[in-house]
Design a protein around this ligand. Structure first.
Ligand code: SF4
Length: 406
């Protein structure tokens, strides 16, 4: 029992064994295991490097721009459709610059067709997922940045099997291009019949598989391509949310980039005692250090930081924790932060169960009363396990992937 009279349950991995390091602490994997690299793709390269690569393939450099237009604006990878390129050598050029990175294995739809979860196979057989969601006035794609994850959070399905490998910048970007292609074909439901506007992904959240800041260089290269107005996807930086469980040095690095993306910190607990167990990387960078880094991000960019907080029954949803969270945020000033509590996807009987409605309301009320804007986040996609911490490759996915390969 706690001082507030609500019992406290301890975090624990259920149905899987959490990997430990030599000192008995949860294993943290920062380095990507060595595997064959994915083929280099146009979206891995800067515009200058693309020109060089096209020249290496024996064509004039200006063809790079034409290819980029096909890929980023028309979502085309089919040489047949690129009639502005000379027929001679066209196929070789496309194969060399736009190799296939993602093979669709499976797609699951829910919310009346408004949400689609994709299972993709990468060139080496690794499986990743992305989730496409239509909301009023925007289309959001939740992308993966790593196959698996090395952060070993005990409540998270993705972390169970550790890190398979970092994804390349192009593998990250290609999730968006493929989603745009699908939207353009009218395969995402929910569009009003009288609406003929061209649509595409407007918002990206790095909340699929992986810890984005553990794959920093490739994630940033992908973000640069997403916001590049001339030779990229031309998206708005504020529509892109980069999240982290708290890799403080990488947050400081992100602060120095000149790209004002929306920054989200998955905090989940305001006290180190609990956070050390829920988020093993907290053993390296404690709550205060991470919050200081988040506040510095706001100071530099003027972008309000989102604090993500999975509300878990009797674990982190105590009123005193709402008060402590408010205290720690207010200690760093007002108006710089927004709290998004997310009721965990319920697994009845598990220690990882969603908070009760009264507990959710009380948590939100305490923060709002202290002047911290707090809104419960929509957990769209939970019927298809597409909400945060729910993306995991199951044995069933592996079987589907093998069947698709036959
Ligand atoms: S919660 Fe995020 S950081 Fe933690 S294991 Fe899952 S994907 Fe990785």
């Amino acid at each position: 029992m706690t001082t507030s009279g609500i019992r406290q349950v301890k975090p624990k991995a259920e149905g899987w064994e959490q990997r430990k390091d030599n000192s008995g602490r949860p294993l943290l994997q920062f380095a990507s295991p060595k595997r064959g690299k994915p083929p280099v793709h146009l979206a891995d390269l800067t515009p200058e490097q693309r020109v060089e690569k096209v020249k290496e393939l024996g064509l004039p450099g200006f063809r790079a721009k034409q290819l980029a237009k096909h890929y980023f604006e028309r979502y085309t990878r089919d040489p047949e459709l690129m009639t502005d390129l000379p027929k001679d050598g066209r196929e070789e050029l496309v194969n060399g610059m736009l190799p296939t990175l993602l093979t669709e294995v499976r797609r699951l739809q829910t919310d009346g067709g408004d949400t689609i979860k994709f299972l993709w196979k990468l060139h080496d057989g690794a499986l990743v997922e992305s989730v496409l969601m239509r909301y009023p006035g925007r289309i959001t794609l939740c992308v993966s940045s790593q196959a698996g994850c090395g952060m070993n959070c005990p409540f998270c399905a993705t972390g169970q099997n550790g890190l398979t490998r970092n994804m390349s910048a192009a593998e990250i970007v290609d999730q968006v291009v493929r989603a745009n292609e699908i939207i353009a074909k009218g395969e995402l439901g929910g569009k009003r019949e009288d609406d003929n506007s061209a649509e595409r992904v407007s918002n990206i959240v790095f909340m699929g598989m992986g810890e984005p800041l553990a794959n920093y260089a490739r994630v940033m290269q992908a973000v640069r391509t997403m916001v590049d107005k001339k030779e990229g996807l031309g998206m708005s930086a504020r529509g892109i949310t980069v999240s982290t469980v708290g890799l403080a040095p990488a947050i400081r690095k992100l602060t120095e980039e000149d790209i004002p993306v929306t920054f989200a910190l998955s905090l989940h607990a305001p006290d180190d005692e609990l956070r050390d167990e829920m988020i093993p990387v907290n053993s390296r960078w404690k709550v205060d250090e991470v919050l200081d880094a988040a506040r510095a991000y706001f100071d530099k960019t003027g972008r309000r930081v989102s604090i993500e907080y999975a509300l878990i029954k009797d674990m982190n949803d105590h009123p005193w924790r709402a008060d402590l969270l408010a205290e720690k945020l207010l200690a760093r000033g007002k108006g710089w932060v927004h709290v998004n509590p997310i009721p965990l996807n319920p697994t009845p009987g598990s220690v990882w169960d969603a908070s009760t409605l009264p507990a959710q309301r009380e948590f939100v009320r305490r923060l709002n009363d202290k002047g911290i804007p707090t809104t419960i986040r929509d957990t769209r996609g939970k019927e298809i396990d597409g909400a945060c911490g729910q993306l995991v490759v199951t044995e069933e996915d592996e079987r589907a992937s093998e069947a698709a390969a036959v």
